[in-house]
Design a protein around this ligand. Structure first.
Ligand code: SAH
Length: 216
């Protein structure tokens, strides 16, 4: 990263994350290290490290840094764990997970976004264990199940059945649940056939569109 991006990332960590009680040193470290501006369309690049979501291609969004940090902290990924990410979008969250040492399958329904994300990820995380899939992520990805962690980064009306089935035991799923306009970041911990559900912060994501999500 150049000096300007480095200091913007450092400021982002201090004013947006530490100030809001993100405390996991591994999460803070990767949020400072990943060049967020590379995942942002040229038109809004000077806002790359600002405290809000930004538009990506096709009316989708790259999440606000604080939301990415909070989701990552809640996911509590350890190196070598298998992670399923649903909603690759820009690939920024994918890069964060890869830098934490996760082995990732990431699913995106838009071929255009998947293509863009794949190119940036090859540059930012060369050699990382990332498998990109263009498909409906509400159905998960059975080929590589079970997953120690599942992260859904689009708003879901309910927990997709496939995500419960494909979660390892023990395992953790983090998903924004609610209606199309506002959601609650929700943490589901699996122990055997028990799924403990805990609410976290309010959030706002674009809809999870698919067979076990919202209609078009
Ligand atoms: N973590 C991403 C957030 C992207 S927004 C980032 O920070 O860039 C959510 C993404 O989910 C969008 O790119 C959208 O196309 C995708 N999406 C919506 N429904 C989906 C589905 N059923 N399967 C896979 N991706 C989906």
């Amino acid at each position: 990263m150049n000096d300007q991006a480095k200091s913007a990332a450092r400021r982002m960590v201090q004013t947006q994350l530490l100030a809001r009680n993100i405390s996991d040193p591994a999460v803070l470290g990767v949020m400072e290290a990943i060049p967020r501006h590379l995942f942002i369309p040229e038109a809004t690049i000077e806002q790359a490290y600002s405290d809000h979501a930004l538009p990506t291609a096709g009316g989708q969004t790259i999440s606000q840094p604080y939301i990415v940090a909070r989701m990552t902290e809640l996911l509590a990924v350890r190196p070598g764990q298998r992670v399923l990410e649903v909603g690759t979008g820009s690939g920024y969250q994918t890069a964060i997970l890869a830098r934490l040492g996760a082995h990732i399958v990431t699913i995106e329904r838009s071929p255009e976004l998947a293509g863009l994300a794949e190119a940036v990820l090859a540059e930012v995380c060369p050699g990382a264990a990332i498998q990109m899939v263009v498909a409906d992520g509400t159905l998960g990805y059975p080929d590589k199940a079970p997953y120690d962690r599942i992260l859904v980064t689009a708003a879901a009306p309910h927990i997709p059945k496939a995500h419960k089935h494909q979660l390892a035991d023990p395992g953790r799923l983090v998903i924004p649940l609610g209606d199309r306009h506002s959601q609650t970041l929700t943490v589901i911990d699996r122990q055997g056939e028990k799924f403990a559900v805990a609410d976290d912060i309010a959030c706002r994501f674009v809809p999870l569109v698919g067979e076990d999500g919202w209609g078009e």
